[in-house]
Design a binder for this molecule. Sequence first.
Ligand SMILES: NC(=O)c1ccc[n+]([C@@H]2O[C@H](COP(=O)([O-])OP(=O)(O)OC[C@H]3O[C@@H](n4cnc5c(N)ncnc54)[C@H](O)[C@@H]3O)[C@@H](O)[C@H]2O)c1
Ligand SMILES: O=C(O)C(=O)C[C@@H](O)[C@H](O)[C@H](O)COP(=O)(O)O
Ligand SMILES: [Zn+2]
Length: 354
Amino acid sequence: MRNVHVDLGSKSYDIVIDRGLLPHVGSRIKTLLPKTEKIAVITDSNVGPLYASLLQESLENAGFSVAMLTFTAGEASKNLQTLGTLYDGLAAAGLTRSDALIALGGGVTGDMGGLAAATFLRGISFIQIPTSLLATVDSSVGGKVAVDLSGGKNLVGAFYQPKAVFIDPDLLKTLPIRYLHDGLAEVIKYGCIMDKELFVMLEKIQSDEELLNHVDEIIEICCNIKARIVEHDEFDTGERMLLNFGHTLGHAVEKTFHFDRYSHGEGVGIGMVLLTRQSEELGLTERGTADRIAALLQKFQLPIAVDMRRDDFLQAIALDKKKRGSHLTLILLKEIGNSFLQNVAFHELTRYLP
Ligand SMILES: NC(=O)c1ccc[n+]([C@@H]2O[C@H](COP(=O)([O-])OP(=O)(O)OC[C@H]3O[C@@H](n4cnc5c(N)ncnc54)[C@H](O)[C@@H]3O)[C@@H](O)[C@H]2O)c1
Ligand SMILES: O=C(O)C(=O)C[C@@H](O)[C@H](O)[C@H](O)COP(=O)(O)O
Ligand SMILES: [Zn+2]
């Protein structure tokens, strides 16, 4: 078992990483939330049929009554309409303020379930049980919860920390390869922004099988990086923005293709390469860095280019959450493992765009 503690004062919590954890998670949650009687589990149409009954049984054995709410899998569901349906489900299940919500699934489930937990009855206890690589290494940690608008990614959301994150890496065995690679893009991101050793370790991995053999260690490394950043900057006013490397262009890619062509990790991968190529041209990044990132992404069948024009990027970036008035904060690399924030006037942004 591995444990990563997130130290946020009264909002502190543990990330537990343990194979075979899911069938035993009910008793752990009972210890954590002794006054809770009812738990709503939010899951999607792929993950539900695989794992919901195992979780339900574990929760019921621990004495909870359980309401299961399922939505259609995919980023295109991460919106206000689905959220509204979830609120109706929570109300119909009769949840009270001492009850709790569990998100069982990938980042879409965690982000939307978290926003439901943050807002239903003005906030009920929230637990993350991430099931995709991306959710284990990134989205289940740190408390960013949100849904998309057609105008942009994660535009309606909150900062709402979970009471615990329970990771059972055995669940990754059923994850489709496309989404294993999608999650890897965020792992590569961590390597790029502050862990050269992690990046080099990924460069040495030659197959998906080898990747899965290292996955517990990779999850622990990434959760530790994110936990330390979030402890310093929970509300994304400085250092936390480094976690957004590749996301300004990546979110633009996702939005431009209506959230159904490129997955989040695919968008982030494209964003990391395109931005780093430009910053190399501007003399801000060590030469060869973009090629190195691109080679690593390509080894795991991730895209490194996109059919978009500069105007498409500009339009989509207009609502980026790192924009303050007429300035936008970009995240750039000096070299692999070394990142910095660059404040750019919006009218000068084209210098950084492909
Ligand atoms: N809050 C944050 O800090 C944060 C961080 C990174 C990404 N995100 C968000 O996370 C989302 C992407 O997450 P994702 O890649 O997990 O997407 P996702 O939730 O759509 O999951 C990807 C696909 O894998 C399936 N799946 C998940 N776990 C499975 C399993 N164990 N077995 C079989 N199928 C499984 C899902 O049903 C889905 O089809 C995006 O919306 C992104 O914006 C949020
Ligand atoms: O936790 C963070 O902070 C991140 O930026 C992690 C990102 O991987 C994640 O995609 C996040 O949801 C993006 O945040 P946003 O504020 O740009 O919506
Ligand atoms: Zn991300």
